[in-house]
Design a protein. Structure first.
Length: 275
């Protein structure tokens, strides 16, 4: 069995995310999990967790996503009008999941951080969308068509980024199998620490790490240094050697932790035992 960590898979069109992740588990002979489900006909970055790193799922599911979508308009529209309408979808938008989705079709709010028209060929439009997790690009294309007044539909979609993980760093199933046959599959597996690059961290003493591994609440004296964060915010607890000890909820603002020498600082949500 391989070490615990993260492997970036370039999911092909056809199989479901669950099937793709299961094949990776069979190839590597390890337990697996995945974050950010992709529809069968959508390709791109699928983050697969191996071994104990499956505990990272709640964090990875929250990662921002980037997609390249091909949208077909149902009538001719000038590029100027198209780009003006597309820009209007930046920010908070209302969405209802499409009928073919596996979740309840209740109205929800999602955030589009950036959306741009990359190219136009006749009625085909290439879009790049950077958005909050859980955004439905299929619904987004339909809504753009509604505002244009001509109708539109998504005909192809590829996820190019999930959090800080990009398609350029992802591996095809064939590449993973070939590496496994050569005994080199572990070179594809990123450490669990790769998942916490964009969340606040607190460096804890080794003695405190032992207590955290056994379920204790982290106290202020156990923290050596910390990034800026607020109480109730999700943070990562890392050891002096840089290993991820736990995902936790901060109980105090970072500035209060720096100013105090006693009290409860963080409560662990997911604990990672030392390997």
């Amino acid at each position: 069995m391989v070490k615990s960590g993260i492997i970036l898979v370039d999911k092909p069109r056809g199989p479901s995310s669950h099937q793709t992740a299961a094949w990776v588990g069979e190839i590597l002979n390890t337990s697996i999990g995945h974050s950010g489900t992709l529809d069968p006909m959508v390709s791109g970055v699928l983050v697969v967790m191996t071994g104990k790193a499956v505990k990272l799922a709640p964090l990875l599911l929250q990662h921002e996503k980037e997609y390249i979508a091909c949208m077909r308009l149902h009538a001719d529209v000038s590029r100027e009008v198209l780009e003006d309408v597309v820009r209007g979808f930046t920010g908070r938008i209302y969405q209802r999941p499409p009928r073919r989705s596996a979740v309840k079709r209740s109205l929800r709010i999602r955030v589009i951080h950036k959306i741009e028209v990359l190219d136009v060929s006749g009625r085909l439009v290439l879009l790049r969308v950077k958005c909050e997790a859980g955004t439905y690009i299929r619904s987004l294309c339909v809504h753009i068509g509604n505002v244009l007044g001509c109708g539109a539909q998504m005909i192809e979609l590829r996820r190019t980024m999930s959090g800080g993980f990009t398609a350029a760093d992802a591996h095809t199933l064939q590449e993973i199998r070939d590496a496994a046959e050569r005994g080199e599959a572990e070179s594809f597996i990123l450490p669990p620490e790769a998942a916490i690059l964009d969340i606040p961290k607190a460096v804890i003493r080794d003695s405190a790490a032992d207590a955290v591994y056994h379920g204790a609440v982290l106290t202020v004296p156990g923290i050596i240094s910390c990034d800026d964060f607020r109480a109730k915010q999700s943070i990562a607890l890392v050891t002096e050697s840089g290993k991820l000890a736990a995902l936790a909820e901060a109980l105090l603002d970072a500035d209060k932790i720096r100013a105090k020498n006693h009290g409860l600082a963080a409560r662990s949500v997911r604990v990672f035992t030392a390997e």
